[in-house]
Design a protein around this ligand. Structure first.
Ligand SMILES: Nc1ncnc2c1ncn2[C@@H]1O[C@H](COP(=O)(O)OP(=O)(O)OP(=O)(O)O)[C@@H](O)[C@H]1O
Length: 552
């Protein structure tokens, strides 16, 4: 395919968004990790030579301290059957994550000076555990109810979770079936039911697939990759490209869980910070990573032999195609693969020109595509609040929090500056909030996300860096503090859909609230309504009764 046709793809990249570069950090001595590791790379300490993170605005909280708790991949490598390839790396990861476990004094807003009510560290510990246990109780109750909901939805032909088959009927190997059941999956979703037979067919077939957010796409392509591995061949056979570090780690964790009864299959992470020696061949079966690092592994460092790869997965394929840097890196990787390598492209959204491009570059693809009116999920209630200005938006959020119980929420802002400001204001009001934006070092980003997944913070304030793929079941509300716009200031409907899809995961109920201030954002909202042909109803943020009603 012609490089210039890639160049014609629309550039959807957003400021401070998905492609926000991850700061490069000092790396451990290469000999510590002779080759790729199945544990996510232990986060390296910030480099003394690397520049300090940009300072947030004066009113915003300071960035996390230089040594935040590193991420604890879940499940931990000790319980996983997907084998670790590097004991050194695993040990390092475990030892740092122990610190994370005991790191109870991490202040709010990733290191804000604003102190919680308690005065001593001990008091703070007690408050934390009480809060966490209450939250967990709430989450458990919520999950119990929603499990029944999911059962109902999976029998409703109009639901994206509907299936007529069981996992047993999808010709999965028995050890993968065991993994699926251990994860608590009873039935496949519609995308799993339709995509898996295509992906597992022999000879292998290419697939471009679209399915709504949170309907099980990741699980589907992970099962396909695991099914294709021949564990006797000690080299990478599947490559999976993710747009962000966070998503690569999360997908890696799904591979680890799904493959827990395949102890012979090994996984490596091609992400910044996972240092490999030039020319030392990776012997792991699956390599998951971000496009730049994965390309380095395949070309410059020659760690992966791309000619032996059998399956190539492009997760969030539309953004990979439409974003300039990602697009070039992905196409360069793809050109090194053998012609019969199976290509699998997945996303919840495909803008028309990107879809046209994908079908042109993927040879003879099977396609699964949604109609526009199927893209949104009716389990996510979409509302808007009319506000006068930024301060007013903040008060609206406070009112909502005062009136309803929200297990966890993600709040999206257009810029890091606004995110920092909002984090500081909410913290002053006594909320436990975390802030995640693209300028933070990778280990800080992973640690913040991990704490949020564990329910340690109820609110995650972020930019588009977390708009896609992040899967936290207990997120019951998404708030668009700023509506998503592209570089030209037009409505970014794809990003809107991905953002609100952080709630309502796999059939659970979710709430999406859009803050609208001024003519421009009113127009954006209207464009989003028109695009999806869906009315977004108004909510009066001063009417407590009405706010209470939306939570029922
Ligand atoms: N068949 C299933 N039964 C029960 N739960 C499932 C099933 N498949 C996936 N899930 C769960 O549903 C949630 C969403 O799945 P997943 O992350 O694969 O969705 P996705 O379509 O990739 O989402 P996104 O569009 O946001 O990337 C996850 O928590 C996953 O564990």
């Amino acid at each position: 395919m012609a490089e210039d046709s890639w160049a014609q793809a629309v550039d959807l990249q957003e400021s401070g968004g998905i492609s926000a570069s991850v700061k490069s950090l000092s790396l451990r001595p290469a000999k510590e990790i002779p080759r790729a590791s199945s544990s996510p790379p232990p986060p390296p300490p910030p480099s003394s030579s690397s520049p300090p993170p940009p300072q947030p605005p004066s009113s915003s909280p300071p960035p996390p301290s230089s040594s935040p708790p590193p991420p604890q991949p879940s499940p931990s490598s000790s319980t996983s059957s997907v084998k670790s390839a590097s004991t050194a790396a695993t040990a390092a990861a475990v030892s740092v994550s122990t610190t994370a476990g005991t790191e109870s004094a991490v202040p709010d807003v990733n290191g804000s000076e604003v102190k919680p009510q308690s005065t001593t560290e001990d008091d703070e510990d007690k408050a934390d555990s009480a809060e966490v246990s209450l939250l967990n109780k709430m989450i458990r109750t919520n999950l119990l109810v929603t499990e029944q909901d999911v059962e109902v939805k999976q029998r409703d032909p109009n639901s994206p979770l509907y299936s007529v088959k069981s996992f047993q009927e999808l010709y999965l190997k028995s050890n993968l079936l065991q993994g699926v059941h251990k994860m608590g999956f009873n039935r496949p979703s519609r995308i799993q039911e339709s995509a898996l037979p295509m992906m597992l067919a022999d000879p292998p077939q290419n697939l471009i697939a679209q399915s709504q957010s949170g309907t099980g796409k990741t699980a589907a392509f992970v099962l396909a990759m695991l099914s294709r591995i021949n564990p006797d061949l000690n080299y990478p056979q599947c490559l999976c490209v993710s747009p962000t570090y966070e998503l690569a780690l999360q997908t890696g964790s799904v591979i680890t869980q799904m493959g827990q009864f395949c102890p012979e299959i090994r996984l490596a992470y091609a992400v910044r910070g996972n240092r490999v020696e030039r020319g030392v061949r990776c012997e792991d079966h699956i390599v998951i990573g971000t496009p730049g690092t994965l390309l380095d592994w395949c070309s410059k460092l020659r760690v992966v032999d791309p000619r032996r790869v059998r399956v190539f997965v492009l997760d969030e394929a539309d953004v990979m195609i439409a974003t300039q840097g990602h697009k070039e890196q992905s196409i360069r990787i793809q050109r090194m693969l053998p012609p019969d390598c199976q290509m699998l492209l997945f996303s919840a959204t495909f803008e028309d020109s990107v879809w046209a491009f994908a079908t042109k570059v993927v040879p003879e693809p099977n396609v699964i595509r949604l109609r526009r009116d199927e893209e949104t999920l009716d389990n996510i209630r979409q509302l808007y609040i009319a506000c006068d200005a930024q301060e007013d938006k903040f008060h609206a959020i406070s009112n909502i929090y005062g009136a309803i119980t929200i297990a966890q929420a993600m709040i999206f802002c257009h810029t890091r500056r606004t995110a920092g400001w909002l984090a500081a204001r909410l913290t002053q009001e006594g909320h436990r909030v975390a802030m995640l934006s693209g300028e933070l070092a990778v280990e800080q980003r992973a640690a913040i996300l991990q704490r949020f997944k564990e329910g340690k913070e109820k609110v995650l304030i972020t930019t588009n860096v977390c708009a896609r793929g992040i899967d936290v079941a207990q997120v019951t509300a998404v708030i668009n503090f700023d509506l998503p716009v592209d570089r030209e200031g037009r409505a970014d409907c794809e990003t809107y859909l991905h953002r609100i899809g952080r709630t309502g995961r796999f059939g659970k109920r979710g709430l999406a609230i859009n803050m609208v201030d001024g003519d421009h954002s009113r127009r954006i909202l209207r464009d989003i309504e028109t695009h999806f042909n869906q009315k977004i109803h108004k909510l009066d943020a001063h009417d407590i009764d009405e706010i209470e009603r939306i939570s029922r």
